[in-house]
Design a protein around this ligand. Sequence first.
Ligand code: FE2
Length: 271
Amino acid sequence: MLTLSSTQLDQYAKQGFLVLERFIDNATCDRLRTRAMELVEEFDPTGISSVFTTHEQSRVSDDYFLTSGDKIRFFFEEQAFNSDGTLKRQKAQSINKIGHALHDLDPVFDDFSRNHRIQNLIERINIQDPRLIQSMYIFKQPHIGGEVMCHQDSTFLYTQPNAIAGLWFALEDATKLNGCLWALPGGHRSGLKSRWIRSESQAMHFEVYDSTPWPEEQLVPLEVPKGSLILLHGLVPHKSLENRSEYSRHAYTLHVISGLSQYPAKPHIAW
Ligand code: FE2
């Protein structure tokens, strides 16, 4: 499939997300998975205990995380450590994600991310002069895979005007059991609830425009088979729950913005 049908474009416009099954073949999924495991194998965790959490306090104070926008760095699951700081499991079963410049710095992910099919797709959803701004490899480890709380990507990757999309590639089957994505149909039309910005004192904080809680009961699960691509509008609220199953839920994500929009020279890294 090289492009999107008008029906698919209508779905994306109406819901703020679109599921494209079998977008990539199994061999491609496995190539990315193998490469991610090689990167983890090469990673020396000595002295690094940065955890990926969607709890604000940790993120704000974690320089290893905040300065990872143009690097390949490794973040642990929140529940990966014993109370004495040692890992409960092998390193390869403890990493939450790799971020945030795989698309620039690793040849395998670079090659995959700069594929013409992907560029065509992005242009079809009206992101002109698309720029890859961020990539993540997410493991959602068996038993300890952490929750990602409901959010809009535009909170973290803000452009003016808003022109952001997330591409979420399922490298394994994603189900309710192992922590699939959930999204709010039509939620992208309600506007941006908050923005994560740097204050004059250089501390990160949320500037809140709408403090009403997310209508979480209205989010729908996006269970997809391996090889699927989920397109997410930058304003659509989405989340994923903990993984307590015995199955991992590997995914690769890209965030793209329009080169015609105004955006910070160093965009803030997103969930
Ligand atoms: Fe997100």
